[in-house]
Design a protein around this ligand. Sequence first.
Ligand SMILES: *Cc1c(COP(=O)(O)O)cnc(C)c1O
Length: 212
Amino acid sequence: MISKLNLKKLKKIKSQFFGTVVIVSKRRSVEEILFYYKNGHRDFGENRVEELITKKELLPADINWHFVGNLQTKKVKKIFNKVHLIHSLDSIKLADQLDKRATYKNIKINCLVQVKIAKEATKSGIRCEMLENFLLHCEKLENINIIGLMGMGTNTNDLKLVSSEFDELNHFFNIFKNKYNLKYLSIGMSNDYKVAIKSGSNMLRIGSLLFE
Ligand SMILES: *Cc1c(COP(=O)(O)O)cnc(C)c1O
């Protein structure tokens, strides 16, 4: 059961941090989301297209929905005009598809480039060596705005390793932020948000910690 204790955790995180906290609400109920909404929170993240759409229809319209999961190009048409920010832009094909849909509807879609910083094969993302080429490609697409970078650290208790991965991404963020107008560095989840803050995060994506 979600309780006042969860709210206390959220307030504590927000008091240590000047960026945006995205509450990752995947697999959580509409009631659980409403609990945080009623306490003033507006940024929620989902990793499945259908789940986001269902929840969006049932919840207040002023929620900022963040898409944080793997996005298949064939699902772009369902979701491109329903999200505040896509954190998981990780291929040219996906960028082109988003731009095509957005151009057709005459809207702009805000995206973060997901960069592969963990060595794990299960983590997707653009490799650091390819990042500038990718940013250059996206610059030519008029209807998507790249406004930052996203990364996921290795799933481990070795926070030193995660910290070095986040530092690497922060390094690239600093190199490219002025040239490509990047504002957001989306790093940090329940287990590693403290090291992410130290590595320059200004957008945390926190799920389990706030629901247990
Ligand atoms: C689930 C998820 C999160 C939140 O993870 P927790 O460990 O529950 O805080 C953050 N980012 C992405 C991409 C996720 O899929």
